[in-house]
Design a protein around this ligand. Structure first.
Ligand code: NAD
Length: 350
C-alpha cells in the first residue's frame, strides 16, 4: 500500500495489460506500481509509461509494496503466475479464461483459500451494455415469456495471429470469447443447464477451434443459442430474443436495435406473399396496426466498478461480484461443450 492506495503489479504487459493500465489510471485509491513481461520491448513500454519494470517475476513478488498481482499473460501460464502470487501473500486478479481446465482453477481457488488472499477473475464483459440491456429484457419479461435467446459474436479475421492459434497456450475461440458469452448466459438465466449441444469450426485453424455454436437447454425450457465466428463477412445480430408477445434485436455493440411487440392478436388478415414458386400467408409480415416498435431499454454501466469492487472486497466493505464458483461453473460447462463437439451428441450438464 502507498498511504491508502492499493499497489498493483501487472504480469504480462501486452494488449490487455495495457488496457488495465489505462483503466486503473482513472480509479481512485488504486495504481499500477510495476510490471513484468518476458519480452524486453514490453518492459521498455512499461518504463516509457512510468511503470517500474521488475527484472524478474521473483523481484516483483519480493516487493512488499505490491498488494495485488494482475495476471494478463497468455492462458496457459495463469495458473502458475496466480499460485505463486498468492503464495507470496499477494491478492490476485486473473485474466479470463481463469485457467485452461476446471481442475487447474480448483487448485488456484484452493491456494487462495489456504493463503487467505482474494483471487478474482476479470469477467469484464458482465459490464458490457449490450449484455446488460439483453439481461433487462429477459429479467423484466419485456416480450412476455421468453423462450429463446441467441447471443453471437462474429468477426472475419480468423484467430489473431499469436498464441491464440496454439493449443499449448490455451488458444482457440471457446476459451477466448466463449468464456465471456457463456459467463453472460449463466449470469442472465438463474436456472440449471440441463442439456448442451455444440459444434466447433476449423475454417482457418486445424489445431484449435476458430469458432463454435452451442445450444443450452435450461431447466425452465429456455433455449439459449451461442455462437462465436471468425469467418463471418456479414455479421448476424449480437442478440436476438424471442418471447411469446414479441421479439427483440440488439444488432451490435453500438446498441442499435429495437423491440417489436404485438398489440392486437385479433386482426390476423395476412396478405399472402407471392414468391417465384409459391404463396405463403404463414410468413407474411404483420400489418402495422397489430404491432408496435419500441426502443431498446438501454442499460449503462461503468467497468471501473470492477476494480472498485476488488478493492472494497479486500477492505471488507463489499462482497466480490465475480465469484470463483461462477467461474468454475463456466469452465466445467466448456468441458461439456468440448465433449458434445467431439462426440456429436447432446450432453447432460446439471
Ligand atoms: P498479448 O499477447 O497481447 O499479451 C500477453 C503478454 O504476456 C505478452 O506481452 C507476453 O510477452 C507476456 N508474457 C507471456 N508469458 C509471460 C510470462 N510467463 N510472464 C510474464 N509475461 C508473459 O495477449 P493479450 O491479448 O493481452 O492477452 C493476455 C490475457 O488477457 C489472456 O489471458 C487473454 O485471454 C486475456 N484477455 C482478456 C480480455 C478481456 O476482455 N478480459 C481481452 C483480451 C485478452
Amino acid at each position: 500500500m502507498n498511504g491508502n492506495t492499493f499497489q498493483i503489479a501487472v504480469v504480462g504487459m501486452g494488449g490487455m495489460g495495457n488496457w488495465h493500465r489505462e483503466l486503473i489510471a482513472d480509479v481512485e485509491n488504486m495504481e499500477i506500481c510495476g510490471s513484468f513481461d518476458i519480452r524486453e520491448e514490453r518492459q521498455k513500454f512499461a518504463e516509457k509509461h512510468h511503470i517500474r519494470p521488475y527484472p524478474s517475476f521473483d523481484d516483483l513478488l519480493a516487493d512488499q509494496n505490491v498488494d495485488i498481482v494482475l495476471c494478463a499473460a497468455p492462458n496457459d501460464v495463469h495458473k502458475d503466475i496466480v499460485i505463486r502470487a498468492l503464495k507470496a501473500g499477494k491478492h490476485a486478479i486473473c485474466e479470463k479464461p481463469a485457467a485452461i481446465s476446471s481442475g487447474d482453477f480448483k487448485e488456484m481457488m484452493h491456494t487462495a483459500k489456504e493463503a487467505g488472499r482474494l483471487l478474482v477473475v476479470h469477467q469484464n464483459r458482465r459490464w458490457d451494455e449490450d449484455y446488460l440491456t439483453a439481461k433487462k429484457i429477459y429479467e423484466e419479461n419485456m416480450l412476455g415469456n421468453i423462450f429463446r435467446i441467441e447471443s453471437r459474436v462474429h468477426g472475419s479475421r480468423g484467430i489473431p495471429g499469436d498464441w491464440r492459434q496454439e493449443p499449448e497456450h490455451g488458444g482457440g475461440m471457446l476459451l477466448d470469447w466463449g468464456v465471456h458469452i457463456l459467463d453472460q448466459a449463466l449470469q442472465m438465466v438463474p436456472e440449471k443447464v440441463k442439456k448442451v449441444y455444440a459444434t466447433f469450426t476449423h475454417v482457418t485453424n486445424e489445431l484449435v477451434d476458430d469458432g463454435f455454436t452451442c445450444s443450452l437447454t435450461f431447466e425452465n425450457g429456455l433455449i439459449y443459442m451461442l455462437e462465436v465466428g471468425t469467418s463471418n463477412f456479414i455479421n448476424l445480430p449480437r442478440w436476438y430474443i424471442q418471447g411469446i408477445n414479441g421479439s427483440a434485436v440488439i444488432r451490435d455493440w453500438d446498441l442499435s436495435g429495437e423491440l417489436v411487440k404485438i398489440t392486437d392478436w385479433t386482426k390476423n388478415d395476412a396478405i399472402p406473399i407471392k414468391t417465384a414458386a409459391g404463396l405463403t400467408k404463414t410468413m407474411a409480415p404483420r400489418t402495422e396496426e397489430t404491432i408496435k416498435t419500441e426502443s431498446l431499454p438501454v442499460v449503462h454501466s461503468d467497468v471501473h466498478d470492477y476494480y472498485r469492487n476488488v478493492m472494497n472486497t479486500i477492505s471488507g466493505k463489499e462482497k466480490i461480484l465475480v465469484k470463483n464458483e461462477e467461474v468454475l461453473r463456466v469452465l466445467r460447462l466448456m468441458e461439456v461443450i468440448r465433449e458434445s463437439a467431439e462426440t456429436g451428441q447432446a450432453v447432460g450438464f446439471e
